[in-house]
Design a protein around this ligand. Structure first.
Ligand code: GDP
Ligand code: MG
Length: 140
């Protein structure tokens, strides 16, 4: 294993319920370090670009509308095997299928309002980090 980086979003359902700290604590307890973080209101254009890979999925418009329904916290996380470590602590997309102790099992409201995003590969992590952060905003 090596120390790598991944990209995370604390989604609007979690910021709305004041769970920024709770989610971040679970990420940190899993061994991840927040090396960049900012609270933003995404524009529709920004959210559509971020989720472009899902543009043909039936839930795309609902997902974009949800992601701009309130502020989000975008973060760069660093740690051993960061993509996998983060995906493990996040839990399954549908909270009904998420393991006990995961962020989604603990906090998610539904398959859509599932509290967190996490990159699914090192390649996508690099693309997603670049989408939201300038290099000088990341301090390891
Ligand atoms: P993730 O990598 O676990 O976040 O899941 P995906 O990449 O497959 O989907 C991206 C996001 O789209 C999920 O985190 C959910 O917010 C949303 N989503 C996924 N599947 C569904 C669905 O069947 N219905 C709705 N409404 N939203 C979904
Ligand atoms: Mg995904």
């Amino acid at each position: 294993m090596a120390v790598t980086r991944t990209f995370s979003i604390i989604k609007p359902d979690a910021t709305r319920r004041n769970l920024t700290g709770g989610v971040t604590k679970m990420l940190e307890d899993a061994g991840l370090r927040v090396v960049a973080s900012k609270r933003i209101q995404m524009t529709r254009e920004q959210a559509e670009g971020f989720y472009a890979v899902h543009s043909e999925r039936p839930f795309f418009n609902d997902l974009v509308t949800f992601m701009i329904s309130g502020p989000v916290v975008v973060q760069v996380l660093e740690g051993e095997d960061a993509v996998l470590t983060n995906r493990t602590v996040m839990g399954a997309t549908n909270p009904d299928n998420a393991d006990e102790g995961t962020i989604r099992k603990t906090y998610a409201e539904s398959i859509e309002a599932n509290s967190v995003h996490g990159s699914d590969s090192d390649e996508n992590a690099a693309i997603e980090i670049e989408y939201f952060f300038k290099p000088e905003e990341i301090v390891g």
